[in-house]
Design a protein around this ligand. Structure first.
Ligand SMILES: CC(C)=CCC/C(C)=C/COP(=O)(O)O
Length: 294
């Protein structure tokens, strides 16, 4: 708990940084970006002052003070508790466990992603394997998967095959939609070391959370493992492809680790949605009847 005689920056009150001159930022009159912090300082400075601004600050009852976590809370029952400090100052004083955990996770994420971004440029440590990573990138891109599925659907001559491919198409479209919505909501920028040389992107693809390649890799591999009868080595290869594709996103500098980790999770869950809503002649006969009429 900070000493009552210190500002939130640890400077003693009464020193030049903490003096309260009416109209000065330190008196609470400061607008602009530092306004919140200055107002909080003036709150500390005007304990016994007759300044009306101070009286206003003391007049409201702050839950922070009620909890006794703020040093001025012990001013006595006759003296109303000061107004709550601005949100950002309160967060600095009482960071929640969740806040600390999230900030630490983000710091580790950025640090690890930078370390793993060994193919981010031609001159990077593993710059020579960049072309291979870009090939992997295309193997998980939405366009080849959509076109490939459509092509196989049109060429398929069995109803069972059509049903599976129709659901794969549905899964790919659902994936594109969900990833676009989340990217648009979260708006996390791609890492600074990423080169803007990706093959065919949509406008939301300037954002990195979650990785669309990772969601597709998890979704498609789970789909294949559940609907294609494959020999064990091929099944291992499918899982390996998904994992290496996800890793390559970080190595290329396209994503942070958390983008890919969440992408895998989301893709895995998307398959559960597809499985739950499985399109078949029983639940959406119209799709299959239309097909039959062609
Ligand atoms: C245009 C279509 C159909 C898909 C876009 C595929 C794409 C570029 C996704 C971005 O993936 P990352 O989020 O992993 O970079």
């Amino acid at each position: 708990m900070p000493s009552p005689r210190r500002t939130i920056e640890g400077r003693p009150l009464g020193s030049s940084g903490g003096s309260s001159v009416p109209g000065s930022p330190a008196h609470g009159g400061g607008g602009g970006s530092g306004g919140g912090r200055f107002e909080f300082q003036s709150l500390l400075n005007c304990r016994a002052g007759a300044d009306p601004a101070c009286a206003r600050l003391r007049a409201s009852d702050s839950p922070v003070h009620r909890r006794g976590s703020f040093p001025l809370a012990a001013s006595g029952p006759a003296q109303a508790a000061p107004a709550p400090p601005p949100e950002d100052a309160r967060m600095n004083l009482n960071p929640s466990f969740l806040g600390i955990a999230l900030r630490s996770l983000l710091a580790i994420d950025l640090w690890l992603s930078k370390k793993l971004g060994v193919c981010a440029g031609e001159s990077s440590a593993w710059g020579s394997v960049r072309p291979l990573m870009k090939l992997l990138e295309i193997s998980g891109h939405g366009i080849p998967w959509l076109l490939g599925t459509l092509y196989c659907l049109l060429r398929s001559d069995s109803w069972a095959g059509r049903e599976v491919l129709m659901n794969l198409l549905f899964a790919l479209l659902l994936d594109l939609l969900l990833v676009a919505v989340i990217k648009g909501l979260v708006r996390r920028r791609r890492p600074a070391h990423n080169q803007k040389d990706m093959f065919f992107t949509l406008s939301v693809d300037k954002y990195s959370f979650p990785s669309g390649h990772a969601t597709r890799a998890a979704l498609v591999s789970r789909f294949i493992l559940n609907h294609l009868v494959l020999a064990i080595p091929l099944r291992v290869l499918v899982v390996l492809w998904a994992f290496v594709l996800g890793l390559s996103r970080i190595m290329l500098g396209r994503h942070n680790v958390t983008d890919v980790a969440f992408g895998f999770f989301l893709g895995y869950m998307q398959y559960s949605i597809v499985d739950y809503c499985w399109l078949s002649p029983h639940n959406v006969p119209v799709l299959f009847v239309l097909w039959n009429q062609q």
